[in-house]
Design a protein around this ligand. Structure first.
Ligand SMILES: Cc1ncc(COP(=O)(O)O)c(C=O)c1O
Length: 416
């Protein structure tokens, strides 16, 4: 694959046009996608690159989805259905809502940005929790809206370490808030909220404040008292729920997301939607994926089992593993030096996990749950890195001495 371009040699723009940009965009930093995966794939050895950094599905898409996608290949010269009619029909049935309550997006990322464009602004701030999904601050900033960040639960919280503190969020709510944005379960912490906690927030929010509940990992949320907020839509017209086909359904490359809300909210957001924002391959594959109950059950079962097994192994090695109801684990290695050394040691072994510096958690790495063999490869590599760097299950205390100077400067420069 030599010669495949990557962004490694990209140049900064020759001139600075920032004074011409809107104030929000001027202060905006780009979404940090983590490591340069294409470059890493190109230089990986015989075993190939093990990609555990993006919370993608190790089980891939449903065969029904692939068949539906292939049938679209004969008509690539045609624009996709701008209404997304077939997918909306399937989603309306699956979610128990009307088609008018659905908006499709080029991934849910697009919908999260769009919702802020419509409902946040200079006098309509956005309320989030610390350790929220990184797109919410970007969305607020791009809409020139202030971001109010509520402190998260402490790391030593017995059930939801670093999770969202609903009481603190309720206390921070003001009628002028345009949006509250939160994920359930949350990325990057993996923590979750019960339906009664969500209702507490909804009851406290002004009817003029829209509450966006991001359920990108909602299908994995199997826990007493928990469930999808889709069932609350009738009761709370200011509730918006987003879903994605990138996680459980294994269709991240096709970029399909959905927003479910009151038809009035959807009608407003439609005004900003680019008419062909979801491509025909994505529309067809997503509709088929919803129908493959066997594949869905397999992915849920395997992910849950492998996640808990991986968490046990990681805890046995002395790491602090946040409880998770998602397809990933947030792992705390005690110090930024330890996490950086592990990240680098895994990279040398062609394994990618996600550094968490951008989330204010430099001591943590986020690891996607893989298949049994992939998790075994990860654990073997982790053991090798720990042995090499002098990390011990006593709490990763001997790290700072063990990191080579070259690794230190690399970690200071990569700025994620
Ligand atoms: C919490 C959360 N929301 C939304 C997204 C965006 O997903 P997509 O744009 O692929 O639908 C992600 C992706 O990682 C996520 O973790």
């Amino acid at each position: 694959m030599a010669g495949v371009p990557t962004d490694a040699g990209a140049h900064a723009p020759a001139r600075d046009f920032s004074a011409l940009a809107s104030p929000g965009v001027r202060a905006l930093a780009c979404y940090d996608p983590g490591h340069d995966i294409v470059a890493l794939r190109n230089k990986a050895g015989a075993q190939g690159l093990l990609e555990l950094g993006g919370n993608e599905s190790a089980w891939g898409p449903s065969l029904l989805a692939l068949a539906a996608l292939r049938s679209e290949l004969d008509t690539l010269e045609l624009y996709p259905d701008p209404r997304g009619g077939v997918l909306k029909h399937s989603l309306a049935e699956a979610f128990g809502v009307e088609r008018e309550q659905l908006l499709l997006g080029n991934g849910s990322h697009e919908l999260l940005m769009q919702v802020a464009q419509v409902f946040a602004g200079p006098d309509r701030p956005v309320l989030v929790s610390r350790y929220c999904f990184a797109v919410y601050p970007l969305a607020a900033q791009a809409a020139n809206a202030r971001l109010n960040v509520v402190e998260a639960l402490p790391k030593d919280h017995p059930t939801q370490p670093r999770g969202h503190d609903i009481d603190a969020m309720v206390a921070a709510l003001r009628p002028e808030h345009g949006l509250v944005m939160l994920a359930n379960p949350n990325n990057p912490t993996g923590t979750w909220l019960t339906l009664s906690e969500i209702e507490r927030l909804l009851q406290a929010a002004s009817p003029k404040t829209l509450v966006v509940l991001d359920e990108a990992y909602g299908e994995f949320l199997d826990h007493p008292g928990c469930g999808s907020a889709l069932g609350l839509l009738r009761k709370y017209p200011n509730l918006l729920v987003t879903r994605t086909f990138s996680k459980l359904h294994g269709l991240a490359a096709l970029r399909v997301g959905a927003l479910v809300a009151d038809a009035g909210v959807v009608a407003l957001m439609e005004r900003l939607r680019e008419s062909f924002n979801v491509n025909s391959l994505g529309l067809a594959a997503a509709a088929a994926a919803l129908k493959d109950a066997a594949h869905i059950a397999t992915v849920l079962h395997e992910t849950t089992g492998n996640r808990e097994a991986l968490a046990i192994e990681l805890r046995a090695r002395g790491c602090f593993v946040h409880p998770s109801r998602t397809n990933f684990l947030l792992v705390d290695f005690g110090t930024a030096e330890a996490a950086t050394a592990i990240d680098h040691g895994l990279l040398v072994r062609d394994i990618v996990v996600r550094p968490m510096r951008g989330y204010g958690l430099p001591q943590c790495l986020r690891i996607t749950v893989g298949r049994v063999g992939q998790n075994a490869r990860l654990l073997n590599a982790l053991d090798a890195v720990m042995a090499e760097t002098g990390l011990s299950s006593a709490g990763f205390t001997s790290m700072s001495k063990a990191i080579a100077p070259a690794e230190r400067s690399a970690s200071a420069e990569d700025g994620e």
